[in-house]
Write a protein that binds this ligand. Structure first.
Ligand code: SAM
Length: 337
């Protein structure tokens, strides 16, 4: 697991992986679905455990990360691919969208031009998996180079504390990240796959489904698009995305998910557990979420004969204020068999 390029993603289970691994190791399964893959770290764990994995997320950029690391068993970017990528230049006006749209908002003008140029090179790569590796490297470069890893309004002078990630240019990051993603590619001898879509359209029939949906937010701060809209656009050069030009940071519209609202969350869990009634179900959950543990056990119990809970205390360091909020919560794995 040390090869996984850790991605700063809200709700990432990176730190809980040893515990998730120990729990999954006890369960009898060969094929699996990671239905809300996010950073892709749990998919990577499943792949490393020798399981067949299908990863899904509704957002495009998490699917780029899993295309590069889960569906990809053997494709690397060569030195000549990298040279070609770095030599590409945007020449047409439609190829300078990033600089035109984000100048004065994120990064330096030169770096924005680098992103436009690189996208020209990515389009020219002849293999979808090579494109995924290049894009994953670009996404991780973009988040590392951004103070706090967020794409909200911030005062850049507040974060000039000499951190290496903020000193390297996007180009320098990209060269490093290509090496990181190349090193992360491995084969577990199985055909693993990725879809980008709503969980309710995800393929069924796997022995086990791991579910880590978003929680009903306590405030708007929990919104994935608010934090990562730039990455979501960058993953597809904003093609088909609706830009909100009246917002300071040029956000894109937020996709609806029933898991994020009090009125729709319970019904969404019911539909989710019904959809995967024939699979072993493993749900990541936490004590600060709605509906509460007791209610969720009852809902899962409608479809599974046995519902068990393993728990662990966990401290999240994810906040939007300068002093990150440190929340101690009970983390649960709710297992339906
Ligand atoms: C808590 S995160 C998953 C984190 C992941 N397990 C990790 O360790 O990085 C929840 C994910 O669910 C995705 N999501 C939200 N609604 C969805 C839906 N209806 N269908 C599929 N994915 C959805 C979000 O885009 C987000 O990436």
């Amino acid at each position: 697991m040390q090869d996984f390029p850790r991605f700063r993603y809200m709700g990432s289970k990176f730190k809980l992986l040893p515990w998730i691994h120990d729990t999954l190791s006890e369960l009898p399964f060969e094929t699996s679905v990671d239905a809300f893959s996010g950073s892709g770290v749990v998919s990577y764990l499943l792949k490393a455990m020798g399981k067949q994995v299908h990863s899904n997320d509704t957002l495009a950029f998490p699917c780029v990360l899993t295309s590069a690391t889960i569906a990809n068993n053997a494709t690397h970017l060569t030195a000549s691919d990298l040279e070609q990528l770095l030599a590409a230049r945007a020449t047409k006006s439609g190829e300078r969208f990033i600089r035109k749209t984000f100048e004065g908002i994120f990064y330096t003008p030169k770096e924005l031009s680098f992103l436009d140029d690189l996208w020209v090179g990515i389009r020219d790569l002849n293999s979808p998996l090579k494109r995924a590796v290049a894009l994953a490297a670009l996404l991780r470069s973009a988040i590392k180079r951004q103070p706090r890893g967020l794409f909200t309004v911030s005062d850049p002078t507040r974060y000039q504390d000499g951190r290496r990630d903020l000193q390297l240019t996007l180009r320098e990051h990209f060269i490093e990240q290509v090496a990181c993603y190349n090193a992360a590619v491995f084969s577990n001898g199985l055909r693993n796959s990725v879809t980008c879509g709503d969980v309710f359209e995800t393929p069924q029939g796997a022995d086990l489904v791991y579910m880590d949906p978003p929680y009903v937010p306590l405030s708007d701060d929990n919104c994935y698009i608010k934090r990562y809209h730039f990455l979501e656009g960058l993953a597809c050069y904003w093609e088909g995305k609706e830009l909100m030009m009246n917002t300071k940071v040029r956000k894109i519209t937020k996709p609806f998910t029933p898991f994020a609202y009090r009125q729709t969350a319970e019904d969404a869990f019911d539909r989710l557990f019904r959809q995967y009634a024939d699979s072993i179900q493993v749900l990541s959950y936490s004590s600060n979420a709605f509906p509460d543990l007791k209610r969720l056990k009852t809902i899962m119990g409608r479809y599974k004969n046995s519902v068990e809970v393993v728990e662990k205390e966990h401290r999240y360091h994810f906040g939007t204020h300068s002093a990150a909020k440190r929340n101690v919560v009970q983390e649960y794995l709710i297992i339906g068999a």
